[in-house]
Design a protein around this ligand. Structure first.
Ligand code: HEC
Length: 390
């Protein structure tokens, strides 16, 4: 037998070994997960009334399902990870020095062994529906408030930016965020597996505006783009105190007969940057509804009741700058909510100093062939600075 035969034979053995591992590895994972469970969770969650976790869950899920976690058929890994890293009521949270990330993976896999959704979650073809997308925003916000990105289901190559700068998840706002508030406007795009949220959170007790875009691939977060606006200096306009509740216009879900198609929604929304490019919404004939208005960073800047500058009550005919260099990207289209989110860079001419521009997350309420509202979160950015996603 010559050398190349030997190598072929070895290669063959390696291929066999690789093919043989998945099933065995899975059994090993479950066995390892069971050990983690027995050590840390069993004392509170085993079947029987003398276990406080089981007692609490039997009150919570009386008659709905077994109070013993090991018997659950609806416990996806992400849920286990969230509770283990954050704790709940008398259940402590577990540090990585107690349960490592690898052990948590095993534990979560073990508890998900009877869960159908876990199987589906790993199926790349299963789409992330509206609840799933909103759930990712929940998870992101909860992980951030717990200052623990480790609980997030992310891809190996996950990319994260804050204010256009690439960082590690856990840096930036993650370090100092102190509270979530009731202000949260989600834009959920099942078609593009994208979840966007415009929210207000507190950092050291101070209200800051927080914009989030998550791209979900195979039920994992592959992209997290964020913007944090903390002051008038950062936002040019800054009035987060008015952002207590999402406006009724944005919340309203248009009845199906009044919804526009995805393409129609995009066409109507993109008339807005087209108007800014030519310096007139009237010229491009943006189809504003009669009550249409615009909020920027919490400040009413156009529409009924606007007093910010003369003529601003009329959104279509108010004076606007001519932004010849404006660029836009369609970030999400939420057909059910009737909202299009455009990511825009206003280019030169948007600020007075000649050096800066505005980086904008602009939400348009579009249905019944009209634009009913424009609500933007925006931040000052040097002219020409990249978005981090170009
Ligand atoms: C000191 C006791 C204790 C320990 C240890 C403990 N838990 Fe819990 N756990 C509880 C209690 C009590 C609850 C119910 C809290 C409530 O909602 O009131 C709970 C709730 C949960 C829930 C949420 C279920 C639901 O739907 O509300 C999960 C998941 C969970 N525990 C998993 C675990 C895992 C996994 C471990 C081991 C790493 C663990 N727990 C360790 C006491 C404990």
């Amino acid at each position: 037998m010559n050398a190349s035969h030997t190598i072929n034979k070895i290669t063959g053995l390696i291929i066999l070994a690789v093919l043989a591992t998945p099933v065995a590895a899975q059994d090993e994972t479950l066995a390892a997960g069971k050990m983690v469970y027995d050590k840390w969770c069993g004392p509170c969650h085993d079947a029987g009334v003398d276990h406080p976790g089981t007692l609490a869950l039997s009150a919570k899920y009386a008659g709905v399902k077994s109070p013993a976690l090991e018997e659950w058929t609806d416990l996806p890994p992400a849920v286990t990870k969230l509770f283990v890293r954050n704790g709940v009521s008398i259940m402590p949270f577990f540090r990585k020095t107690e349960i490592s990330d690898a052990e948590l993976d095993e534990l979560a896999a073990y508890l998900a062994r009877n869960t159908d959704v876990a199987g589906k979650a790993e199926n790349p073809d299963a789409a992330c529906d509206r609840d799933c997308l909103a759930g990712f925003i929940d998870q992101y916000m909860n992980a951030m408030i717990a200052h623990d990105p480790g609980v997030l289901p992310v891809t190996a190559q996950v990319k994260f930016t804050e204010d256009t700068i690439e960082m590690q998840l856990g840096q930036g706002l993650w370090e100092k965020v102190s509270k979530l508030t009731d202000y949260r406007m989600d834009i959920l795009d099942v078609h593009n597996s994208t979840a966007i949220s415009l929210t207000v959170v507190e950092e050291n007790g101070i209200r800051v505006m927080f914009a989030l875009r998550l791209k979900i691939e195979n039920k994992l977060i592959s992209e997290a783009e964020t913007m944090v606006v903390r002051s008038r200096e950062e936002g040019m306009i800054f009035n987060p105190d008015t952002l207590q509740k999402v406006s009724e216009t944005m919340v309203l879900e248009p009845e199906p007969a009044l919804r526009n198609t995805r393409d129609e929604m995009i066409n109507i929304a993109t008339l807005y940057p087209a108007g800014l490019k030519t310096g007139s919404f009237a010229t491009v004939d943006v189809p504003f509804s009669s009550g249409a208005y615009r909020f920027e960073n919490g400040q009413l800047m156009a529409g009924p009741g606007c007093t910010f500058f003369p003529g601003c009550e009329d959104i279509k005919n108010q004076r606007i700058p001519t932004l010849a260099g404006i660029t836009h990207k369609v970030a999400a289209v939420d057909g059910e909510a009737g909202i299009v989110l455009l990511r825009m860079n206003f280019g030169p001419g948007a600020t007075f100093d000649g050096k800066n521009t505005l980086n904008v997350w602009e939400a348009f309420k579009v249905y019944d062939n009209h634009m009913h509202a424009v609500e933007a979160f925006m931040e000052v950015l040097p002219i020409g600075a990249p978005s981090g996603w170009d």
